[in-house]
Design a protein around this ligand. Structure first.
Ligand SMILES: *Cc1c(COP(=O)(O)O)cnc(C)c1O
Length: 358
């Protein structure tokens, strides 16, 4: 069934059982879809995040991850608010693009792609922009594989009454995140990353009280997360507009498989092991990672071209013939390629990849 192993961080390799879950059609009016699948998913997302339904809630939204980031920024930042975006890669910069499209009052601090966002980054930016009401950042910057310190930034935000928005697209479900302890008000992720579903929708986990403040703020009807949330609450799992039924059913299956694996902590261990086998193997072949080990997360790894004459296209094509699909690099000032560690991928697969590269 599998044409090749996707070592790309979304869409990623899914299990056969997740793909098979899409072989049924569903009626979007029936309880067996709305209550037994959609509502259960909304509850399970909170359970994965270790959150209480009284204080937190979740909204599912059609589209890819970017739609959900855009929906969140567009529905949370009011005209009189001031948004601070801390970025160190394409996805952080994209939040700046969204803010620009929406003509939000925003400041974008864009660090070099190999520089981590830390508490110091936040402290300095906030002293420069003391009127900040909302702070947005990416947790795992998929551009490089760098994991930013949301813990340190949360420490700086504590007690400041600033709405904290985290793009945890590539980390939620794969790296433990204590949203409540960190005071994250809106966490955005999508079906086709660490939960290991197929692409087609994303989700927002929100602090209930903060989401209630979003009523009437959105500048886009289809991306109005408050309205979508209200429809899902009142309709017991009803989506406002056509729901990606097969994708949702596959996601439900993916959540069961996350639980069977032992939850986020276990999945995190597997991804770390995938990463370890990959990096050790690549180093034994003479490749170097872009990032120092302290900044590198287990989601995706960037490698430098081994030589000026390295032909990435040929490397890619030859690996693809052997059953592995990897990713080109995405950074401005170094020649890199990337290999993802997430999905239905195991340390044995990484060992096979290393043999193929050898
Ligand atoms: C995948 C990803 C997104 C969303 O990208 P889409 O192509 O819209 O799904 C956003 N942020 C990060 C960090 C990502 O890894």
């Amino acid at each position: 069934m599998r044409n090749y192993l996707l070592l790309t961080p979304g869409p990623l390799s899914t299990s056969q059982t997740v793909r098979e879950a899409m072989l049924q059609d569903w009626c979007t009016w029936d309880k067996d879809y709305n209550e037994d699948i959609v509502t259960v998913i909304r509850q399970e997302l909170l359970a994965i995040a270790g959150l209480d339904e009284k204080t937190y809630t979740s909204v599912l939204l059609q589209g890819s991850g970017t739609y959900c980031v855009e929906a969140t920024l567009g529905a949370t930042v009011k005209p009189e608010d001031q948004l601070l975006i801390l970025a160190n890669g394409a996805y952080g910069d994209r939040m700046g693009e969204i803010a620009s499209y929406y003509k939000l009052n925003y400041r974008l601090i864009s660090l070099h792609e190999t520089e981590q966002i830390t508490g110091e980054t936040a402290r300095r930016a906030l002293s420069e922009y003391p009127g900040t009401t909302h702070l947005a950042m990416v947790h795992g910057e998929t551009t490089t594989g760098l994991v930013n310190s949301i813990e340190e930034v949360a420490g700086v935000l504590a007690g400041r009454n600033i709405t904290f928005i985290v793009d945890a697209m590539s980390t939620f479900g794969g790296i433990p995140i204590d949203m409540e302890k960190l005071g994250i008000d809106f966490l955005v992720s999508s079906a086709n990353k660490c939960i290991q579903g197929v692409p087609g929708f994303g989700f927002i986990i929100a602090n209930r009280a903060k989401l209630m403040e979003c009523k009437g703020v959105a500048r886009s009807l289809s991306l109005d997360i408050y309205d979508q949330w209200e429809a899902m609450e009142k309709g017991k799992g009803k989506w406002r507009y056509t729901s990606p039924t097969h994708v949702v059913r596959a996601f439900y299956q993916a959540i069961q498989e996350l639980k069977e694996e032992g939850g986020v902590a276990e999945r995190y261990e597997r991804y770390k092991e995938n990463h370890r086998v990959l990096v050790e193997g690549m180093r034994s072949l003479g490749y170097c990672t872009l990032l120092p080990d302290e900044l590198q997360g287990p989601i995706i790894t960037s490698f430098l071209y081994p030589a000026e004459s390295f032909d990435f296209v040929e490397f890619y094509e030859r690996l693809k013939k052997k059953g592995f699909v990897i990713y080109p690099g995405k950074i401005s000032d170094a020649q890199t390629f990337r290999i993802g560690n997430i999905g239905d991928v195991y340390p044995e697969d990484m060992a096979r990849l290393i043999e193929a590269i050898r």
